[in-house]
Design a protein around this ligand. Structure first.
Ligand code: SF4
Length: 328
């Protein structure tokens, strides 16, 4: 069997940094105790459990402002997904020490929304309902931002969007590039004057493009990641729809359906941006035992690239979908 280790895969720089902030906090005796994380530090059970073992408690629930009521003292860590200003204010008002692990790519979207709302724009934000990242971004300007997830949502837009003279469109960082492009085109047909800013992050784009390219011709693509991880689920979608490869998402090796590798000649493996490398490595090792040939493209192992902390020197996320670029 030929095993294709998709590169890059796994941890992105935002997740690496968030985990490091939480680990350092656990080791720092000068920080007020207890230490809480408000929401899941990243969408991965194993990462959450690692921090729990270090004494950092995760408080999770649908409303992060309400979750804060459970923390009466100590330190709170905001996750890589970012939080709304309301959550920050409430933490300050409760006298909690704050560590902010928001990914800079998410912060960039917060700033963008704040800037355009301040200049009188209404904003269509393409994102996933119920996900913490849209909740945080929309909290920057609740009266200006409206969340849409698919084309059907465009049939139920509020009056303030329909009548807006100035309209901006932006996105969650972890969406499918191709779905987003389709939705943006639908928005442009209705609102040709809308200014579009694609905020899908570079890490997400790189992982999706790698799967679209490298899983082609594979009889199976295994995507390792948590069911709550949006970027993981998008990798499954990209493998199936763009690479034409049947795909299965597993949280860890224990989830691999029995017999699924039987008779396969070519299998691709990738992992979501919040999946610890160790979990993916176990899956790779297991699959390799079925065959003798392992192919790594390009000429380095994706684990090394995926675990590096270096950020891109310049944000180039807007460059991948030129049709969406509109600097107005
Ligand atoms: S997926 Fe992108 S936005 Fe999310 S933490 Fe990673 S780099 Fe940041």
């Amino acid at each position: 069997m030929e095993v294709i280790k998709v590169t890059p895969r796994g941890y992105c720089y935002g997740v690496v940094d968030a985990m490091e902030i939480a680990r350092k906090a656990a080791r720092d005796p000068s920080l007020p105790r207890p230490i809480y994380i408000i929401g899941l530090i990243v969408h991965n059970r194993f990462a959450v459990e690692e921090l729990q073992r270090l004494g950092v408690t995760t408080l999770d629930g649908p409303n992060r402002a309400e979750i804060l009521n459970q923390a009466s003292e100590g330190t709170v860590i905001f996750t890589a997904h970012g939080v709304s200003p309301r959550v920050k204010e409430r933490a300050r008002a409760r006298g909690l020490h704050i560590l902010d692990a928001t990914c800079p790519d998410v912060t960039k979207t917060h700033d963008l929304v704040l800037d355009f709302a301040g200049r009188g724009y209404q904003i269509l934000y393409i994102g996933k309902k119920g996900h913490p990242e849209p909740e945080g971004v929309m909290g920057e300007a609740p009266n200006a931002v409206y969340l849409v997830e698919n084309e059907a949502d465009l049939d139920a837009l509020p009056e303030r969007i329909l009548t807006a003279e100035k309209l901006m469109v932006t996105t969650q960082t972890t969406l499918s590039q191709w779905d987003t492009l389709r939705l943006v085109e639908a928005i442009r047909r209705r609102f040709p004057y809308a200014e579009v800013y694609n905020e899908i992050c570079k890490a997400t784009q790189d992982r999706q493009e790698a799967v679209a390219r490298m899983a082609r011709g594979c009889e199976l693509t295994i995507v390792v990641g948590d069911p709550r991880s949006n970027n993981t689920n998008r990798l499954v979608q990209v493998a199936e729809e763009l690479a034409g490869s049947p795909a299965v998402r597993i949280e860890s090796l224990a989830d691999l359906p029995p017999g699924i590798l039987d008779g396969k000649q070519r299998v691709a493996i990738t992992a979501g941006a919040s999946t610890p490398s160790q979990i993916t490595r176990e899956v790779v090792r297991f699959v390799q035992e079925y065959g003798v040939t392992t192919r790594v493209l390009p000429q380095f192992d994706g684990e090394e690239l995926a675990s590096q902390t270096t950020r891109p020197t310049q944000t180039t996320a807007n460059e991948t979908i030129p049709a969406m670029r509109d600097d107005g």
